[in-house]
Design a protein. Structure first.
Length: 237
């Protein structure tokens, strides 16, 4: 695997300059109630936050070449409503929510059985899906200088109520060798911190893989995928 950037070049996204100046801490009441195939999900409470909306908003400001606002918006203000709408956009209803739910119910490593001395794979795990399918797409974006929004799966659960424990971050650079990949990410929970990362060994994707990280969440990272993003014009200051 080719060696990538440990930090982006000056024209690329940098959390300390391009991340939102406030962290992902919002009022406890739901900001929006999302209808999903699994029922209604409250988004914007203390457990769920507005991480996807903040990731998309920061990327919108970056694409527009506009410095993001320095002040946290209050409920009802245009910037707050915009972040909430971008949160809804980041979930890509209904397919996006279904992808989080599918990944929550997959094993960490491949599962299968032996027959006539051959291994038959019944489910490809989160490690394989992250390393073999998603990471090459993300790396290609980063190699072209384009940050990539990531959906981060943190829990193994069949309960739709646990969807809110997953997270969203923005990959903006990476460093890779044959034995270790370090993805530099903007984490809305950590604010304008350039030192946040996800790190993994790509050599055994069929087996459970540790995704070490210092993202400001209380759960482990089981895997991550590239989310579809299209820029929109951010609100005027």
């Amino acid at each position: 695997m080719a060696k990538g950037r440990t930090m982006p070049n000056p024209s690329s996204f940098v959390p300390s300059q391009d991340g939102l100046a406030f962290t992902n801490s919002w009022p406890s009441e739901p900001a929006v109630v999302l209808p999903t195939p699994f029922g209604k999900i409250n988004i914007g409470n203390a457990a769920s936050g507005l991480c996807g909306g903040m990731v998309f908003a920061a990327l919108d400001f970056w694409h527009a070449g506009v410095q993001p606002p320095a002040t946290r918006p209050a409920l009802g203000e245009p910037l707050y409503s915009y972040i909430v709408q971008r949160l809804v956009d980041s979930w890509h209803l209904p397919a996006g929510v279904a992808q989080y739910y599918q990944w929550m119910n997959l094993p960490d490593g491949d599962s299968g059985f032996e027959v006539f001395g051959r291994r038959v794979v019944t489910d490809q795990g989160l490690a394989w899906r992250t390393i073999q399918t998603q990471w090459p797409q993300i790396a290609a974006d980063l190699d072209h200088g384009t940050p990539a929004a990531l959906g981060v799966v943190t829990v193994a659960s069949a309960s739709p109520a646990d969807l809110g424990f997953n997270h969203q971050v923005l990959a903006y650079g990476y460093d890779a060798s044959s034995s270790e990949v370090t993805v530099r990410v903007y984490d809305p929970n950590s604010g304008q911190d350039d030192g946040i990362y996800i790190r993994f060994d790509p050599r055994a994707p069929t087996k459970p893989t540790t995704f070490a990280h210092n993202i400001n969440i209380s759960h482990p990272v089981r895997g991550f995928f590239r989310t579809a993003y299209a820029p929109v014009s951010p609100p005027a200051s």
